[in-house]
Ligand binder design. Structure first.
Ligand code: HEM
Ligand SMILES: *[C@@H]1O[C@H](CO)[C@@H](O)[C@H](O)[C@H]1NC(C)=O
Ligand SMILES: *[C@@H]1O[C@H](CO)[C@@H](O)[C@H](O)[C@H]1NC(C)=O
Ligand SMILES: *[C@@H]1O[C@H](CO)[C@@H](O)[C@H](O)[C@H]1NC(C)=O
Length: 509
């Protein structure tokens, strides 16, 4: 009798065990080759085209493997919201980057930090300095530096790319340390560029062998090709870069000569960091600002100029709105923002049209996890395909700010708000968002008030076409292009001169 019952009990039990233990499938993705995986499926010249193809072929979530590293690409807001927001506890760490992170010590910056306790305190300081209250104190400085930029642009319109980079760098250095710079030959900028180049090379797979063979870091420095010598050199460079401007603010504060800055204000009003080293936390939080905030702002400004040269109709609409409000009497300020709906949606469309950080900053899966029935293996690198969500690949030729106008009763519009994706997600979202938005509004509204941007004309009087092309990389700059930037009228010329007198460049904040 009992023998009859046994299979009836055991069979479902075995089935249940098999169901529980059956390995879940990985998310769909291109076929993987042994060892190298999809290494050669990502074309170096145009990786974004491959990402676009996979987004259309496989949908919301795509799985890749490169030299044994799992990579999960999120192509839609659904998986991003679920993983980065609802399951934030398991998806808010960055990948461990051996060479530039662990060995050179840049793992202490906010952007790469994986020590929850330290990182949380860094974010707290960033929120004090860059949140709604903190960001307000920089508005006069932002308006002053924009006026300086406008006068430089009037003098050297052909150098608009370099001037956008200078303006963004100058802004972030003034705000962070009170350092004022004249040009890109400034030693701090040079040093920052060197370090950023290290980081950029370091996060590119294959740049440093030790990132793929972590035990290499134990090979002593005297062995040829060992990574320790490179690491030691980099580490010293990084240390100096982080310490020097910080110490100089401290010295100036002691002598009462410090200019207003993020570091000075946080130092003079020390917050509780729960038993951690306050200065260490602040020093590393501050050092991240230039790398994270300078380039992304410059990219957005250059993309704006490119888009305006390509889409004169949108430019005209925005200029009419500004003229109606200001009547040529002054430059726009941040207070005008609410009265300029079309300028605002133009800025949103710039964010969408070209995403400055196309694949965001990578995250890491903390544990094996299941999403929609698919396994996301522990340790996977997770890339939010922000560029895909913006549909940049499909809609780069289209520039239609109107899609962002709130049309419906609930305040929504025909397109997801670019502000909900270009600055990242959840706990790790960009802490500089408000500051960046304020800067970009003042820059863009002021440029539109003063200048007309058009395609350039060659010596035969023909328009020089602009091909909207962007560099490949963590941060994606527009490729160099030519355009004409001219002051709109003799009245605007006068206005510009007067505004410079009203917003003196030198002196305290
Ligand atoms: C147009 C301008 C900007 C864009 C598009 C942008 C975008 C982003 C994105 C996509 C991330 C990754 C977020 C994530 O992992 O979900 C990020 C992180 C970050 N951004 Fe920005 N950003 C901009 C400007 C700034 C500025 C002006 C600052 C500083 C003053 C700044 C500071 C940071 C920092 C410190 C992080 C790292 C946060 C962390 O890992 O916890 N950003 N930004
Ligand atoms: C992280 O994953 C584990 C295991 O899947 C789960 O138990 C835990 O609740 C998750 N944590 C969060 C914050 O989602
Ligand atoms: C940075 O890397 C070093 C070397 O691996 C490690 O000892 C340290 O804990 C890391 N720091 C953080 C904040 O991750
Ligand atoms: C606009 O400016 C013109 C010339 O400066 C002036 O005549 C006119 O009254 C102004 N209009 C408004 C509405 O302020």
């Amino acid at each position: 009798m009992i023998s009859l019952w046994i299979p009836l009990i055991v069979a479902p039990l075995l089935l249940a065990i098999r169901l529980v233990r059956r390995p879940r499938p990985l998310p769909p993705g291109p076929r993987r080759k042994p060892i190298i995986g999809n290494l050669f499926d990502v074309p170096l010249q145009n990786p974004f085209a491959a990402f676009d193809t996979w987004r259309k072929q496989y949908g919301d979530i795509v799985y890749l493997e490169v030299l044994g590293n799992s990579i999960v690409v999120l192509n839609g807001m659904d998986p991003i919201t679920e993983l980065f927001e609802r399951r934030a506890g398991n998806y808010s760490h960055r990948p461990v980057v051996q060479m530039v992170g662990e060995l050179m010590g840049i793992n202490r910056s906010i952007g790469l930090n994986n020590n929850d306790k330290v990182w949380r305190q860094q974010r707290k300081l960033a929120a004090i300095a860059l949140g709604p209250v903190g960001a307000k104190q920089y508005i006069p400085l932002q308006e002053r530096l924009v006026a300086l930029f406008l006068s430089e642009l009037e003098e050297r319109p052909g150098d608009f790319m370099g001037l956008c980079e200078l303006a963004a760098a100058r802004l972030i250095l003034e705000i962070t340390y009170g350092i004022s710079i004249e040009n890109m030959e400034n030693p701090y900028i040079k040093e920052a560029e060197d370090i950023f180049e290290l980081v950029r090379r370091g996060v590119q797979p294959g740049a440093y062998l030790v990132d793929f063979i972590p035990w290499l870091k134990h090979v002593p420095a005297w062995v040829p090709f060992s990574s320790q010598a490179t690491a030691a050199r980099g580490r010293a460079q990084v240390e100096a870069f982080v310490n020097r401007p910080f110490e100089s603010v401290k010295t100036q504060m002691a002598a009462n000569t410090a200019r207003p800055s993020l570091v000075a204000s946080l130092l003079s009003d020390r917050s509780d960091v729960e038993g951690l080293d306050f200065e260490e936390i602040l020093k590393w939080a501050a050092s991240t600002m230039y790398d994270a905030g300078g380039e992304s702002t410059a990219i957005t400004l250059k993309s704006f100029i490119m888009a305006m040269a390509l889409h004169p109709e949108a430019q005209t609409m925005a200029q009419q709105e500004l003229d109606t409000l200001l009547n040529g009497s002054r430059l726009p300020t941040l207070d005008d923002r609410a009265s300029l709906p079309y300028v605002n949606v133009c800025i949103k469309e710039i964010y969408r049209w070209h995403v400055a950080i196309p694949l965001g900053l990578p995250r890491r899966a903390e544990k094996d996890d299941i999403y929609n029935g698919y396994l996301i293996p522990r340790g996977s690198i997770i890339l939010p395909n922000i560029r895909g969500i913006a549909e940049e690949g499909d809609h780069l030729t289209r520039f239609t700010p109107e899609i962002h106008l709130n049309k419906y009763a609930d305040g929504s519009s025909d397109a997801p708000d670019p502000l909900s994706y270009v600055f990242g997600f959840g706990r790790r979202a960009c802490p500089g968002k408000l500051l960046a938005e304020n800067s970009l509004f003042i820059f863009i509204a002021s440029i539109l008030t003063v200048f007309r941007i058009t395609k350039d004309i060659d010596s035969d009087g023909n328009e020089i076409p602009i091909d909207p092309k962007f560099q490949i990389g963590l941060m994606s700059h527009p490729e160099p292009f030519k355009c004409r930037i001219v002051v709109r009228s003799p009245e605007t010329k006068k206005l510009l001169a007067n505004q410079l007198l009203d917003r003196p460049i030198r002196g305290g904040g």
